[in-house]
Design a protein around this ligand. Structure first.
Ligand SMILES: Nc1ncnc2c1ncn2[C@@H]1O[C@H](COP(=O)(O)OP(=O)(O)OP(=O)(O)O)[C@@H](O)[C@H]1O
Length: 265
């Protein structure tokens, strides 16, 4: 959890960060500050390094250069310190990650069981509150296979906020959802951010669904940040890279086949 002394630091700060994977540089020269309380959309084409950026925030990936800070503290490398930091970061992964042989309530209780010594009755109450927060009060006894895609995503979200983390990271939270379920999830992300006083970072290529709830947008392409600013500045940008990305055009300054080339290598 953040120290009182770090109250002025941004929720996340990257300074001169380089991230390598499989012996290849994925992102370089990354400077980014995410203000506390904001919702930041990290946009970019497939394979541009959005998930890689999140991996650096959770300490899963150690930067090859530069510094990554969360609430004013450098992301530690020592396992024990890293586990402590991770309690303050809620992550909603692309595939929900729900355990299929546990009910929704049991899934949400998992982080509470793993990281607290709270009595069973208190955990049950907290689980109820989290289900309520995502609008699924009566779904606790359902198994993941009994949930629609949108409901499963909401249960995963309830589990991600189980420990009341001040920082939420969303990796493609809208993938596989129909427009109605997408709307429910984006509203929930925004509402939870405001109501619980969180900071949220949403990695996505669903630009038009995500920008309405974002305070800030960051676009990464060709291994670097090509835009950082407000959603309206993004829409108004005449940077060729940004325009190509927003319009989804295959030809232009963004090398869209980067990921494919890497997989073949
Ligand atoms: N564990 C890994 N080892 C080696 N290379 C990796 C690893 N994970 C990702 N990469 C490569 O790093 C690059 C960036 O991947 P990343 O998943 O961060 O992109 P992304 O922008 O999140 O893509 P998507 O939108 O498709 O999820 C890709 O070229 C990918 O092949």
């Amino acid at each position: 959890m953040p120290d009182a002394a770090d109250n002025d630091a941004p929720a996340v700060r990257l300074t001169g960060v380089r991230l390598d994977r499989g012996g290849r540089t994925i992102l370089d020269g990354i400077d980014l500050a995410v203000p506390r309380g904001s919702v930041t959309a990290v946009l970019g084409p497939s394979g541009s390094g959005k998930s890689t950026l999140l991996a650096a925030l959770t300490g899963e990936l150690v930067p090859a250069a530069g510094r990554v800070e969360v609430f004013g503290q450098a992301v530690p490398q020592r396992t024990r310190d890293l586990l402590e930091l991770r309690k303050s970061i809620g992550v909603l992964l692309q595939g929900n990650g729900l355990l299929t042989d546990l009910t929704s309530a049991e899934n949400i209780a998992l982080p509470l069981r793993a990281h607290t010594r709270l009595p069973r009755a208190v955990i049950d109450r907290l689980v109820e509150m989290k289900l309520h927060a995502v609008g699924l009060r009566s779904a606790g006894e359902l198994y993941p296979r009994e949930l629609s895609g949108g409901m499963a995503r909401r249960v995963a979200l309830a589990r991600a906020i189980a420990l009341d983390p001040p920082l939420m990271l969303y990796d493609e939270p809208l993938t596989g959802l129909d427009p109605i379920a997408s709307g429910v999830i984006t509203n929930l992300i925004s509402e939870l951010n405001d109501r619980l006083g969180l900071t949220s970072i949403i990695v996505t290529h669903h630009v038009h669904e995500t920008l309405p709830i974002a305070d800030r947008a960051v676009v990464i392409a060709n291994g670097r940040i090509v835009f950082a600013g407000s959603p309206s500045e993004l829409e108004a940008s005449d940077d060729p890279l940004v325009r190509q990305f927003l319009r989804g055009e295959p030809d232009g300054p963004i090398a869209f086949d980067t990921a494919r080339r890497t997989e073949a290598a």
